[in-house]
Design a protein around this ligand. Structure first.
Ligand SMILES: [Mn+2]
Length: 275
């Protein structure tokens, strides 16, 4: 099965969707390797026309490039897509796919905005440096800690907090979004991020009442509409996107549907802002 409206071939497409069904970190709830198929299935639930963006996805050239299930294949796919000037959109799998994708990009001038409940700044977790609990740390080693900004954070261990302070990592907790106007935070993020922004969306950044089907749910999260609006704000600077950590065995379908909807919204807002 292909993602809905992904009717173009690789060469003619601008948006290249692929699955990265990696599920090896032994997470709290295993099963996120099944997510690319359920997100594809749910993508058919939605209208091709995005009325508020006035974009019809039938006119956006989209290719579904299939699945890549090892870190080196994922990196190779991301490099092929990015170096062709196309827009990669990956469906995890767990969050450890993101460092592989970022490795495929030219790191020069690249910023990464991470939506996540968890800081993911451990050097290793259960003796595994490639654990999903280390994703932001690995990204920071590739592009520099000053170029990665995690937001929606509400779960940090004391050891990674100390490391993050030492390294100078900037992040926004979920309370920052309650205590400040969104426009103020977006202006702040504008100052931190470059004009080439990759967004990684760990679905557990969103509150479990909206996105219960994730590997490691964490209460008190962001709303889906706020996540959508933040992504739309950066649409004219986006160079790639992934959505990770959807866990179909504990989902009623709505978390996959939300992931599919946000992917379609990314295609819509990027199409609209750069046409
Ligand atoms: Mn997370």
């Amino acid at each position: 099965m292909k993602f809905a409206d992904a009717d173009s071939d690789f060469d003619s497409a601008r948006f290249i969707i692929f699955g990265a069904p990696i599920d090896v970190s032994g997470s709290h709830r295993p099963g996120c390797g099944l997510a690319p198929e359920t997100i594809r299935a749910e993508s058919f639930n939605f209208e091709t026309y995005l009325y508020d963006l006035e974009v019809d996805l039938i006119q956006s050239s989209i290719c579904d490039h299939g699945d890549f299930d090892t870190p080196s294949e994922i990196e190779k796919a991301a490099r092929k897509i990015a170096s062709a000037g196309k827009f990669p959109m990956a469906m995890g799998g767990e969050h450890s796919i993101t460092p592989s994708i970022i490795s495929g990009f030219d790191p020069e001038g690249l910023s990464v905005l991470v939506f996540d409940a968890h800081l993911d700044f451990r050097d290793s977790y259960e003796y595994d440096k490639n654990s999903h609990a280390c994703a932001t740390r690995r990204i920071s080693e590739i592009i520099g800690v000053e170029n990665v900004v995690p937001i929606g954070i509400r779960s940090i261990c004391s050891e990674e907090l100390e490391d993050a302070r030492k390294a100078g990592l900037t992040y926004l907790t979920v309370d920052a979004f309650r205590e400040n106007e969104l426009s103020v935070l977006l202006t702040y993020l504008d100052g931190l991020l470059s004009d080439k922004i990759y967004i990684s969306l760990d679905m557990d950044a969103i509150d479990p009442s909206f996105a219960p089907g994730v590997g490691t749910p964490e209460p008190f999260g962001l709303s889906p509409l706020m996540v959508r609006d933040i992504i739309r704000h950066f649409a004219d600077r986006l160079v790639g996107f992934d959505v990770v950590e959807v866990c179909p065995p504990v989902d009623n379908g709505n978390t996959s549907a939300l992931a599919a909807k946000l992917m379609r919204d990314v295609i819509g807002c990027v199409s609209k802002n750069t046409d």
